[in-house]
Design a protein around this ligand. Structure first.
Ligand code: COA
Length: 394
């Protein structure tokens, strides 16, 4: 067996994230396969020396591979008119699916099995609803209380167990919107966003080049008064939950030798990735286990890392993870966590987010943390699967 190869990042793009709503969502007439077409085309248009037929593997993550998202990797690739000769995979482990796709693709490059890969994540939570077609194994329901498994309920349990107050969650969400609005206004997302035709709330067609969920003004009094939709007298509200969203993200990677042969430039490589399992009734604290495992296996500490992207499924779980791992301040604003905002503001199209936070992390490293050797992205997943990935400067 040959030694492991290095897998470098060539390009990374995403659609804007739109509200998943059949009347108000900007992508209400755009299918999830069409969002993938937009990011695949974006990669090929921006990297003309790479022909679609040169791609050795395409791995697409989606939390719910049913209905319009059934084997979406294959069907979207073919629907995009791309070559039949390129093999594809659709993978799922709930929210981390897009990150799992990236890890699987990078590992295949590192073993030498393939040279050029595309990893992607996609989800449209309106067209394929969260938990659609779910049929829980009866024995699972003997093991766990069904009422403790829905995502919002797990977020409430985390808030109680880790003593996260409603005020801290509101503050966290407010900073997420503020950071995302600032990043948008300063043109930071321009490098990663591939604009897609959509429809405004009033039906006017327009080229969507920004994320729909970012709130420019926040009413903290309203947020204080909001009630939990998940639990009577609970602490988690719509303002401190990631909203229902649609979007796609894609990453082109290749072996360093191939990139050199093609004369392509690169700055970062895939360094390391882990998964950790945890109690599904507090699934949101999964990153605590994944990041601890990553640190233990690499010998790194939080001080070695520059920017960190932690997916904001719920403010309660993000705060619990940041505090337990000592990643940043105990409360927002943060110095290096989600500095361009997170899912509270950008939305969380389940299977997309794991790829999206890597796309954004690479741009944050390039523009805001050029001296950082490492960046890290992590996210939790429904039913207790969390991923963490380390990116390293070459
Ligand atoms: C929380 C949730 C149930 C809310 O759904 P919803 O009721 O359709 O959400 P809406 O966006 O309509 O928000 C409800 C209300 O809260 C308000 N609101 C939301 N965020 C707000 C904020 N930051 N500030 C003020 N008001 C806010 C909305 O404006 C709306 O009020 P209105 O009806 O007066 O306009 C839904 O977003 C959800 O399920 N999120 C979690 C998704 C999830 O589990 N993902 C997986 C994670 S692992």
């Amino acid at each position: 067996m040959a030694n492991l190869k290095e897998c470098v990042f060539i390009d990374n793009v995403r659609t804007p994230n739109a509200r998943a709503h059949n009347e108000k969502g900007w992508f209400r007439d755009v299918r999830p396969d069409e969002m993938l077409t937009a990011v695949f085309n974006g990669l090929f248009e921006r990297n003309t020396s790479i022909k679609p037929e040169d791609v050795d593997a395409v791995v697409v993550g989606s939390a719910n591979l049913s209905g319009m998202q059934n084997d979406i990797g294959r069907l979207a690739w073919l629907a995009s008119g791309l070559p039949e000769s390129v093999p594809t995979q659709s993978v799922t482990n709930q929210c981390p699916s897009g990150m799992t796709a990236t890890m699987n693709a990078a590992r295949a490059v590192m073993t030498g099995e393939v040279d050029i890969v595309i990893a992607a994540g996609v989800e449209d939570m309106e067209k394929v609803g969260m938990g659609a077609n779910m049929d829980f194994p009866p024995r699972l329901l003997e093991r766990y209380n069904l009422m403790e498994l829905p995502m919002g309920n797990t977020a409430e349990k985390v808030a109680e167990q880790y003593n996260i107050s409603k005020d801290d969650m509101n503050n966290f969400a407010a900073h997420s919107h503020k950071n995302a609005a600032a990043a948008r206004d300063n043109g930071k997302f321009k490098r990663e966003i591939i604009p897609v035709n959509g429809k405004k709330e009033d039906g006017t067609e327009f080229l969507v080049d920004r994320d729909q969920w970012i709130r420019d003004s926040l009413d903290m009094e309203k947020m204080k008064a909001m009630q939990s939709p998940f639990k009577e007298n609970g602490r988690v509200t719509a303002a401190t939950s990631s909203p229902l969203t649609a979007g796609a993200a894609a990453i082109m990677m290749m072996s360093r030798e191939k990139a050199d042969d093609l004369g392509l430039s690169y700055t970062y490589k895939y360094s390391f990735g882990v998964q950790a399992g945890n109690d599904p009734t507090v699934m949101g604290v999964g990153p605590i286990f994944a990041v601890k495992k990553l640190f233990q296996k690499t010998g790194l500490t939080p001080e070695d890392i520059g920017p960190i992207e932690i997916n904001e499924a719920f403010a309660s779980q993000s705060l619990a993870c940041i505090r337990e791992l000592g990643l940043d301040n105990n409360n927002a604003p943060f110095k290096r966590v989600n500095v361009w905002g997170g899912a509270m503001a950008l939305g969380h199209p389940l299977g997309e987010s794991g790829a999206r936070i890597i796309v954004t992390l690479l741009n944050i490293m390039k523009t805001d943390f050029p001296d950082a050797r490492y960046g890290m992205a992590t996210l939790c997943g429904g039913f207790g699967n969390a991923n963490a990935v380390l990116i390293e400067k070459v």
